[in-house]
Design a binder for this molecule. Structure first.
Ligand SMILES: Nc1ncnc2c1ncn2[C@@H]1O[C@H](COP(=O)(O)OP(=O)(O)OP(=O)(O)O)[C@@H](O)[C@H]1O
Ligand SMILES: [Mg+2]
Length: 383
């Protein structure tokens, strides 16, 4: 998006070149130099830590790891990051995006050359970046108890095997995730964020780092505090989260009120959850009319039947007819596993990796990963 700072990481072992780049960038504010890393060995952990948009890598890195292998390693692990190879005319380097060389910067260069190239390549690669690089998924149901919180948590954990994921607790009054994960009462929440300008550091301070590998932005610890969170605060927070995570999963409460609509408006995808329960089906059909009236495109909606093997006398075709659209995903019912995992505050996908419900969850996660345009999660993740 225009006007946003580009986050730059530099992998450079020649101190003079590193300080030259830093000096050139000092005079401008479009590109934020996050850090200079002086060794190829440290490149991957640094990318994980600093979450850059663009990385400049010296093609002539000395030491154990070459510039070329650093570039291809980052490309494999973080395909969303734009990579620029820095070289001298005597050492020509060819652009090759598959190997992590999206552009080549040749020495000597001016501040103008540097900022123009970084901006251009970042914009080209991220043509769909504002939307394409992150996917915000809101779980929605007008009927309570259909499994939104359970699915949101397990979907987030599944995606976290291969992506940066944040889960947002959208139930401001009763904070379902605090209950599920038995978070201490004094754990910070969205109410601890500043109301004027939210910075990345503020967000980092209030995130609950779940042992499962996901970051969670919790709802307030007390019912009456829900009123302290305005729709404007939520909007600002979500737009910043988009920049920091590949997936932002939003767990909402069962309602179609203004506090829920903030989440639904911001989402790229609304995952409508229901079960074979006539009230849930009717409620979702009514919500569908509202979504059409608001002007949400059909592509924004996708539907998941939870406990899909518990038909209760209703057929899938009947439900699809009532809703006016197909059921896109299904999760089976696994009462004992889900209940026990929830009661232990653990994701069922980790407790029972081979269970049918976990396989179904991986399929769901894969379909979202495919929308993001990068590799799909596998059982063996990077965490
Ligand atoms: N596929 C499933 N198989 C078995 N039990 C499930 C399944 N999905 C959810 N449950 C159970 O259903 C109950 C409700 O789930 P959950 O709290 O996630 O729903 P919710 O839609 O978030 O509800 P609320 O309206 O309270 O926010 C939980 O006890 C959970 O263990
Ligand atoms: Mg819930």
């Amino acid at each position: 998006m225009a006007g946003e700072q580009i986050r730059l990481l530099v992998i450079e072992d020649v101190p003079q070149v590193a300080s030259h780049i830093a000096a050139l960038l000092n005079a401008q504010s479009q590109i934020k130099l996050l850090q200079v890393i002086a060794s190829g060995d440290m490149a991957l952990p640094a990318v994980a830590e600093y979450r850059p948009d663009v990385v400049i890598i010296d093609a002539l890195l000395q030491g154990r790891v070459s510039g070329a292998s650093v570039a291809s390693g980052i490309r494999r692990a973080n395909p969303e990051v734009t990579l620029i190879s820095l070289t001298v005319p005597q050492n020509p380097v060819q652009e090759d995006s598959d190997r992590g060389i999206d552009a080549v910067l040749r020495m000597p260069f001016t501040g103008f050359d540097l900022t123009t190239l970084v901006r251009r390549v970042h914009e080209e690669r991220g043509a769909q970046s504002a939307r394409g690089r992150s996917l915000m998924i809101a779980l929605f149901s007008p009927k309570g108890g259909v499994g939104r919180t359970t699915i949101a948590y397990n979907l987030a954990v599944t995606l976290a095997a291969t992506h940066r994921v944040c889960l947002v607790d959208g139930s401001m009054q009763f904070s379902d995730l605090r209950g599920l994960l038995r978070v201490p009462a004094d754990a910070p929440s969205i109410v601890n964020l500043p109301t004027d300008r939210i910075r990345e550091a503020d967000l980092a301070e209030v995130m609950w780092r779940d042992p499962s590998g996901i970051d969670i932005l919790l709802g307030p610890p007390r019912v009456e505090m829900a009123e302290m969170v305005t729709p404007g605060d939520v909007e600002k927070t979500l737009s910043l989260l988009r920049k920091l995570y590949d997936f932002v999963i939003l767990d909402t409460r069962a309602s179609l009120s203004d506090d829920v609509l903030v989440f639904l408006d911001a989402a790229d995808v609304i995952l409508q959850v229901l079960s074979y329960d006539s009230m849930a089906i009717r409620g979702l059909a009514m919500a569908g009319e509202t979504f059409r009236a608001i002007g949400y495109p059909a592509t924004k909606l996708t539907t998941l039947m939870n406990r899909a093997d518990a038909l209760g006398g209703i057929s899938r075709a009947e439900v699809e007819e009532t809703l006016g659209h197909p059921i896109d995903h299904e999760l089976p019912s696994e009462g004992l596993l889900v209940l026990a995992a929830n009661n232990d505050g653990l994701p069922f996908v980790s407790v029972a990796p081979a269970a049918p419900i976990t396989r179904a969850m991986r399929a769901l996660a894969s379909s979202f990963a495919a929308r993001l345009g990068v590799q799909t999660p596998t059982a063996a993740g990077r965490r």
